[in-house]
Design a protein. Structure first.
Length: 408
């Protein structure tokens, strides 16, 4: 039958692959399994075979696509600049269109309903927290159960919808603050630190009340309709700000890719999107945020794939840690995926667990007991696999903590 949607991988995207294999050593799922079908090249060949009508979009094809983390480490080394992330989103859209009855109903409920509603997410989190203290969670498979251990305690919302937090010192612009879905409920301390540091960087911080989930999980899951809807709503919500500030690397990567989901308006929107580490690093470099002279010790740095491979941001979180008085300790110069990858830990628990365990080992070998990670999913994965004795925080939280200590 071939492809049936306008979001399918295009011939130009798939045929750009020259089958050189340079991406294979960079692909976490190929490294774990050694299987060609679990490599970028193998996945592109499977897409090509569907386009040529040689194979159908069936369970076998779904298995090849679903095992991909969408970490995009393959894009960084590809000499032919294959837009693998876009092609994979197209393949996921085809799976959703051609195999709607697979497990996608439950996924749609989770992605479209629970994550899209802060109230429902709070209730679901409360249920999980109660379940953690009872037998309910203990009867879940151990690999799935470990994921719940990574959730931070739920706190009151830090970024109040409709609020403006005024710049401290010289005002340089107006930043629209992305509250996200899980960030707002599970990571309100990260939001509080990000807003405080943006104020110190000279931004008036506004929290548009009409904003919604960025749509990254919906896009990864092939839900084209929802992804369009969410993108179009955010483009309008953030129309009147100079920059769009986001403190979740996964959300930022998707917000920078709105041209695929909201046309020209989306492309213009994406040009104003910055990860919080970029904005704070700029403020440090230009002297708007002073550097601490206190030596606060080592911090292991974990690079989220959507920061390092997709947004190509490597230096900014390290500069922030140094400005806060910490010494960043490298744990993985190649920035391999930790296995969190959106809902991957729920949908592919075995592979996710192996990658999470390997990343935790890298942290242990660093001998640092504080880890800086700029993405909520990675943070939860690390906490699940490291267990007690480690603190996992966003780099901007460490800077905000240092600024408050230095102010005393
Ligand atoms: S590096 Fe690029 S061109 Fe080479 S096999 Fe991988 S995807 Fe294809
Ligand atoms: S996105 Fe990541 S997991 Fe998927 S093929 Fe590329 S390197 Fe492998």
């Amino acid at each position: 039958m071939g492809w049936v949607t306008e979001h399918a991988p295009t011939g130009a995207e798939v045929n750009a692959c020259v089958r050189c294999g340079l991406c294979l050593p960079e692909c976490p799922t190929f490294r774990l399994t050694g299987k060609e079908s679990f490599s970028p090249r193998g996945r592109l060949m499977a897409m090509s075979a569907v386009a040529d009508g040689v194979v159908e979009v069936d369970e076998s094809f779904a298995g090849i696509m679903d095992s991909c983390l969408q970490c995009r480490a393959c894009e960084v080394v590809c000499p032919s600049l294959v837009p693998f992330g876009r092609a994979m989103e197209g393949a996921r859209a085809e799976l959703a269109a051609q195999m709607p009855s697979r497990t996608r109903t439950a996924r749609h409920l989770l992605v479209g309903r629970v994550l899209g509603s802060p109230g429902l997410l709070r209730m679901a989190t409360l249920a999980v927290k109660v379940g953690q203290k009872t037998r309910v969670v203990r009867v879940l498979p151990s690999l799935l159960r470990s994921g719940f251990a990574g959730i931070r305690p739920v706190k009151p919302v830090a970024a109040q919808p409709g609020s403006t937090y005024r710049a401290l010192g010289q005002r340089i612009g107006r930043a629209g603050f992305v509250t996200g879905c899980v960030m707002d409920v599970w990571f309100s301390d990260v939001h509080a630190a990000s807003i405080a540091m943006l104020q110190r960087a000279g931004y008036d911080v506004v929290v548009p009340a009409t904003q919604t989930c960025c749509g990254a999980l919906a896009a990864h899951d092939g839900d084209v309709k929802d992804t369009h809807r969410l993108a179009e709503r955010n483009v309008v919500a953030f129309a009147n700000v100079d920059v769009v500030a986001v403190d979740s690397a996964g959300c930022g990567a998707h917000l920078k890719d709105y041209k695929h989901w909201a046309g020209q308006a989306g492309e213009l929107f994406s040009k104003r999107v910055f990860d919080i580490t970029e904005l704070i690093d700029q403020a440090i470099t230009s002297g708007r945020i002073p550097k601490s002279s206190v030596d606060r010790g080592p911090v292991a740095i974990q690079d989220p794939c959507h920061l390092r491979h997709v947004q190509r941001i490597v230096d900014a979180p390290r500069n922030i840690l140094r400005a806060a008085g910490y010494s960043p300790v490298e744990i993985d110069p190649d920035g391999r995926c930790c296995g969190a990858a959106g809902m991957y830990s729920l949908l592919q628990p075995e592979l996710s667990h192996q990658l999470g365990a390997a990343k935790a080992d890298q942290v242990r070998q660093s001998h640092a007991n504080v880890v800086a990670s700029a993405n909520p999913g990675c943070e939860m994965q690390l906490r699940s696999h490291l267990g007690k004795g480690y603190e996992i925080v966003h780099p901007v939280e460490l800077l905000w903590r240092a600024v408050q200590e230095d102010d005393r």
